[in-house]
Design a protein around this ligand. Structure first.
Ligand code: ZN
Length: 341
């Protein structure tokens, strides 16, 4: 049953336990959207208790207006958070792309064994690994072996500078990788990698460090150039995809935390939206449940300084009811259409 809440208006009231009935503004100066007192523009609701009319006045327009604004705001918030979320998911879950220069079916001779350090069998098996890496990443990898004599004749400051010149001479793009292996004689060696700018995602520091360590370790164990390179490239291929997987190495934890944050962020507009939809749907439902119905054609008159619907008397049963009723609520006779008072 409705009861007075006393929320700022001497005769104001709200329904028990329903926050959506207390109106949007609860300040002393703002009008409640549901009231026992009539305000201009409010729709009267009436029920008859022991023949006596009881009224409630509802500011339907403003209630709906506020709720609709709340709905629109929530949907916009939903969309914005959802877009950011989708963008995040897309960035994390979409596979890293191959080099733009990648062409399916493209073949290349990646081994220039100028120093004669590799057997034919080793060349074949290393080339297989280079092909495999190309089909995964689109990175064309070349191995160039040189002797001390070749290095000195090139007259470069160091092997890194040599490799840079060698890269530029070999490739006309930034999508490639070159490994220069120098045999310095007397069991001494050094090798230097040179990678194009576009290969950084695939050939990260982690990936290239692992390759360099593996090749170095193998050469230290004197397993030979062919075995060292083959081991390095095989390992490269085995880890190529997991190295660029954002879910590896704690990425999964970060991902789950991010999802949780988004879920909480989405919950806020979701709750507001639900509350707004409920407000729209419940504007009058509760009143109707309690026996009230809308008095759409009421005529307001002033009685003792307060606005109240005009009352008429039924010519059939002498019952009193509010003008605007289609039929007499007491005997069911057609409603009075012309007030005589
Ligand atoms: Zn009647």
């Amino acid at each position: 049953m409705p009861h007075s809440s006393g929320g700022g208006s001497s005769s104001g009231g709200s329904f028990s336990g329903s926050s959506s009935y207390s109106g949007s503004g609860s300040g002393a100066s703002s009008r409640p959207t549901t009231s026992r007192t009539y305000y201009a523009g409010y729709v009267p609701y009436v029920r008859y208790s022991s023949g006596t009319p009881e009224y409630y006045y509802v500011d339907k327009e403003s209630r709906k207006h506020n709720a609709v604004i709340g709905c629109i705001g929530s949907v916009i918030a939903f969309l914005i958070i959802g877009l950011i979320f989708a963008n995040f998911l897309f960035a994390v879950l979409s596979p890293v792309e191959k080099m733009q220069s990648y062409q399916e079916g493209y073949t290349f001779d990646g081994i220039n064994d100028e120093a004669g350090l590799l057997t034919q069998d080793e060349k074949t098996r290393i080339q297989e690994q280079l092909n495999r890496y190309y089909s995964t990443s689109g990175i064309e990898t070349h191995v160039h072996t040189i002797t001390e004599k070749i290095y000195e004749e090139a007259d470069k400051d160091d092997l890194e500078t040599y490799a840079l010149y060698d890269y530029v001479r070999t490739f006309d793009n930034e999508d490639s990788w070159l490994i220069v292996v120098e045999d310095m004689g007397n069991g001494k060696w050094q090798f230097q990698g040179m990678q194009g700018d576009n290969t950084d995602v695939w050939l990260s520091e982690k990936t290239t460090n692992r390759f360099n360590n593996t090749v170095t370790d193998s050469l230290w164990r004197e397993e030979g150039y062919g075995t060292a390179l083959l081991t390095g490239f095989t390992e490269l291929n085995e880890n190529a995809l997991s190295d660029i997987d954002p879910m590896a190495d704690g990425g999964q934890t970060v991902f789950i935390i991010a999802i949780a944050i988004f879920a909480v962020l989405l919950l806020v507009p979701a709750l507001i939206l639900i509350s707004c939809i409920r407000t729209i749907r419940n504007t009058t439902r509760k009143l109707e449940k309690e026996g009230y119905h809308e008095l759409s054609n009421a005529r307001m008159v002033s009685v003792n300084g307060e606005s109240t619907p005009l009352l008429v008397t039924c010519p059939y049963c002498d019952g009193t009811y509010a003008f605007g009723e289609l039929s007499c609520p007491h005997c069911g006779a057609p409603g009075v259409t012309q007030p005589t008072e």
